[in-house]
Every structure is written in C-alpha cells, then in structure tokens.
Design a protein around this ligand. Structure first.
Ligand code: FAD
Length: 323
C-alpha cells in the first residue's frame, strides 16, 4: 500500500498540493503493484467520491478532538499509529510546512528516516530519491533505506496525470490514542489572507530589508508598489524587527515568488533570501553597497540610499503618468 496524506481545503476537498501527491502516489503504487490509500483528518463529506476519481482504494479518517487544534505533533502521532498498524510500503505527503512537520513527528515516533522535498522517488534496492536542498538551489540524490519509506514531495513537482478510473473507496474511521500531553502547539486564531494582490500573484514586488531602517520607512515602498500595481515584500530582518508581518517575507522561511519584476531595496541578497526571489524575471536592486550579492546578481542596480532613490523614482513615475 502507498499511503497518501491529504490536506483539505475549507470545503473538505484535497488541496492542490495533495492532488499532486495523489498523482505521484498512483504512479508509485503502479510500479510497486500496490493499492493507493489515503489518510485525512475529520469527517468524510464528499472526500470518498473525490478520491474515487483519483485511484484511491481506502480512506482512513483520523478523528479526535485534539486533531482539530492543528497541532503537528498530534497529527504526527496519529499518523504514526496508523502507519504502525497498516505497514504501508511508503507514506507520501505534501511538502508543506504543516505536513512536513507532522511527517517528522511520525518518522521520529516510528524510528524511520524521512526524505523531505522530494522531486522524484525511484523504488529499488534500496529506494532512491531526488530531493531539493538549501531552498531549491541544489538537488540531492539519496538512498532511502527503511522498511517503510516516508517522503514529502516538493509542491509543484509532479504534474498530476489524468484522472484514474473510479474505484470503490472503503472508508475506515480511526480514533487515535492521543492525550493532552501530545500537542506542543495549539491553533488559537485563523487570519484569512487579505483579498486582492498577494506576494505570489503580484507582477511586481517591491521588497525592503534592513536598509529601509524602520517600519515607517516602508511607506515609500507601499507608495511605489501602489503606483506600479505591485505588492510589498521584505527580508527576514524586517520581520524579525517587527517592521513587517511574516506573510510579507520572501525567502527560504518565507514565500518563494516569481514576479515579472522584483525591486530589492536595502536587501543584501543572502542565500536564504535569494532562493525566494531568484525566479523573478528581472531584478532591480537599490543598495548603497555596489558589492552586495543582490547588486551583483541583479538585472539592474541603482547604487544609492533607498530613501533618496525611491522618492525620485516615484516623482518620475507620477510626472510621466500625469498622476
Ligand atoms: C535558516 C535561515 C532561514 C532564513 N530565511 C530567510 C528568509 O526566508 N528570508 C530572508 O530574507 N532571510 C532569511 N534568513 C536571513 C538571511 O540569512 C539574512 O540574514 C537576511 O536575508 C538579511 O536581510 P537584509 O538583506 O535585509 O539585511 P542585511 O544583510 O543586513 O543587508 C542590508 C543591506 O541594506 C543595504 N543598505 C543599508 N542601508 C541602506 C540604505 N539606506 N539604502 C540602500 N541600501 C542600504 C546594505 O548595503 C546591505 O546590503 C534566514 C537565515 C537562516 C539562518
């Protein structure tokens, strides 16, 4: 059996990342001659019908009040109990923060390794995986030698193949053995994303780092982003200093983006930041240091103070557009 971890949208359907993992699980199961099973948290809803079209034969529904709090340690413990009972050949999960953390807990509990951010899985003796390292700047080939292979897949890696023939999905409700000592984190609030332009959808991202100097310093970046129909981003220094929310952070531990234009203001271009913006079509760096990595890698650079350069750019855009 190849067991697939399903994350669900608000309406109970599998997320896009889970759909990708289901497609990869189907390919892997075919190679192994094994069935595809799925595990999800909560009630069935329309999930069995949806999974039937994706080649799934069995659905395990984990139900426990502690799972509703979103704690990865609880999800990991519940998953470990299911895996220990079912002994699948492999467990595949989306490479999202949430599933990766739950899988890490499960792996630790089961005493087996976890291969994260895989782009390819090749069964054999031993199994081999190709996985992303350092935020995607290098690919690693590794052996995955374990009785049960646990892997997360890098979101966006496998293109979902066409819909598989509909199966009859057998649903099993599983109540894991959890107590209040298991959760290490608790969901206290949900904040919906602001509607409209987001870092990932904006064609232009105007981002600021330490060089912006303060939370108030971002007003000029907001103004420029507004003028060019873009969004504001930032480096981790800005989030660490409380200048911007984490949702604005670009990079390894933030968001990876690929806008048409990335304007990096007072950002040095450390590797952990660079992996978040390196897929931009073009980059304009504004920096006082001509040797900063962001400047040397950018498509264009302006060597100067952010608070002098950006107001001048804004004035010129307003003059040319008559705004
Ligand atoms: C595990 C890990 C994960 C990380 N994840 C991320 C991540 O997701 N995103 C991220 O950004 N970082 C991340 N970091 C931090 C990263 O290593 C850098 O420390 C960070 O990106 C530096 O931010 P910065 O460029 O704003 O600051 P600095 O490196 O201090 O650079 C500031 C730049 O501003 C320029 N400058 C100063 N004053 C001005 C001015 N007035 N006008 C114009 N330019 C000026 C300077 O010349 C300099 O180039 C991570 C680090 C680790 C260890």
């Amino acid at each position: 059996m190849v067991l697939t971890v399903i994350e669900r949208n608000g309406d109970g359907t599998p997320t896009a990342e889970s759909a990708e993992v289901l497609a990869a699980a189907r390919d892997l199961a075919e190679q192994l001659g094994e069935p595809v099973a799925a595990v999800a948290v909560g009630d069935a809803g329309d999930l069995p019908d949806d999974l039937a079209k994706r080649g799934v034969a069995q659905l395990h529904l984990l139900q426990h009040e502690l799972l509703a709090e979103g704690s990865p340690s609880c999800a990991g413990e519940a998953l470990a109990q299911l895996v220990a009972a079912q002994r699948p050949a492999a467990v595949l999960a989306p490479g999202t923060d949430r599933s990766t953390e739950a899988m890490a807990w499960a792996a630790a509990e089961l005493g087996v390794p976890l291969a994260t951010a895989c782009t390819e899985i090749r069964p054999g003796e031993p199994w081999e995986v190709t996985r992303e390292r350092s935020g995607g700047i290098l690919l690693e080939d590794a052996a995955l030698d374990a009785p049960i292979r646990l892997a997360t897949l890098r979101p966006g890696a496998p293109a979902p193949s066409e819909t598989a023939a509909a199966h009859e999905v057998t649903v099993h409700v599983v109540v894991p053995d959890l107590d209040t000592s298991v959760p290490r984190a608790r969901l206290v609030d949900r904040q919906p994303r602001a509607a409209g332009m987001t870092l990932t959808t904006a064609p232009v991202v105007v981002a600021g780092g330490r060089g912006v100097g303060s939370a108030e310093g971002y007003a000029v970046l907001e103004e420029l982003a507004g003028l060019v129909g873009g969004a504001v981003g930032c480096s981790r220094v800005a989030t660490n200093n409380g200048w911007r929310p984490h949702a604005d952070q670009v990079g390894l531990t933030g968001t990876r983006i690929s806008p048409e234009l990335y304007v990096a203001c007072g950002i040095s271009g450390a590797t952990q930041h660079w992996v978040g913006c390196m897929n931009a079509r073009s980059i304009l760096a504004v920096n006082t240091d001509p040797e900063a990595p962001m400047v040397t890698r950018a498509t264009w650079a302006v060597i100067g103070d952010v608070h002098e350069v950006l107001p001048a750019v804004i004035t010129e855009i307003r003059r040319r557009s008559g705004r």
